[in-house]
Design a protein around this ligand. Structure first.
Ligand SMILES: C[S@@+](CC[C@H](N)C(=O)[O-])C[C@H]1O[C@@H](n2cnc3c(N)ncnc32)[C@H](O)[C@@H]1O
Length: 262
């Protein structure tokens, strides 16, 4: 099964699109995990290191390893000051290049909808984490409109654009996550919703951030004719800015956590 990433090949572009929101939601997720300091962490689909940095800030880890199939993302992660000391390597979630019981905690932050087989990925997490260790993930709630790019997706849908969700978007549902964690044999499974408020200083800030062609919506935008793109922009400009010109709305993610049986 191919793990060649279809999206997110450029760490700098990803930072512009998602870095600030990834960090905001990631901090809430880590608070919820409430794990002790000094653990060995594996960050799967670490991308450009936005969440790896949060792990290092929260957990004072003994060891942090980030893996991602995209070298373009990892190149940015390796130079991220807040992720200094983490090890980054190219690998995919379906077959982790680590021995059994190598870690105390494994995470997939904003990744589960992009892996070919989420259950296989979670079984791999459970294999490389020691008995009693933590396995957790969170993902924007695609089906419920939780993605930070939802305003763009909604206008694209109204314009008849083909589905702009990633192929695995159903795996972002809380009931799917709970079922996958249970099927992988994990214990004490819990889920929650993480809500964050997004703020853009202006329409240009919103547009410059969200129109980068690295994720599913950005790629769909790239395929629009210049006229349709202007039509979409005009619609968003009409509906989003507040009287002071800023833009603010809520996004939400679903999160799941469980333990490897002791
Ligand atoms: C939305 S980004 C999330 C990045 C980071 N974890 C964060 O929280 O900001 C999704 C990441 O999943 C990675 N990815 C795609 N397919 C993957 C796979 N099969 N195994 C592991 N990671 C994968 C992509 O390369 C991308 O960096």
């Amino acid at each position: 099964m191919s793990e060649k990433p279809e999206f997110f090949a450029d760490g700098q572009a990803y930072e512009r699109l998602m870095g600030r929101w990834s960090r905001l939601a990631g901090d809430i997720f880590l608070d919820w995990l409430a794990l002790p300091k000094g653990l060995r962490w594996l960050d799967i689909g670490c991308g450009n290191g936005a969440f790896t940095e949060a792990i290092m800030a929260h957990g004072a880890p003994a060891e942090t390893v980030g893996i991602d199939p995209s070298e373009g993302q990892l190149a940015y992660a390796r130079n991220r000051p807040g992720a200094k000391g983490a090890q980054f390597r190219v690998a995919g979630a379906q077959e982790l290049p680590f021995a059994d019981n190598s870690f105390d905690a494994a995470t997939m932050a904003l990744v589960i909808s992009f892996v070919p087989d989420p259950l296989q990925a979670v079984r791999e997490m459970a294999r490389v984490v020691r008995p009693g260790g933590s396995i957790a993930a969170y993902m924007w709630g695609f089906p419920g409109g939780g993605l930070p790019l939802e305003p763009i997706q909604a206008v694209l849908r109204s314009m008849g654009a083909p589905n702009v969700n990633p192929p695995g978007y159903e795996a972002s549902r809380q009931d799917r996550m709970r079922a996958i964690w249970a099927q992988a044999g994990l214990q004490a499974v819990e889920t929650r919703v993480i809500r964050i408020r997004l703020h853009y200083s202006s329409f240009d800030d919103f547009w410059d951030s969200n129109s980068v062609p690295v994720g599913p919506a950005g790629k769909a935008l790239e395929l629009l004719s210049p006229e349709r793109r202007e039509q979409l922009k005009a619609q968003l400009r009409k509906q989003l800015p507040q009287p002071d010109g800023t833009i603010s709305y809520e996004a939400f993610a679903n999160a799941v956590k469980g333990h490897v049986p002791a």
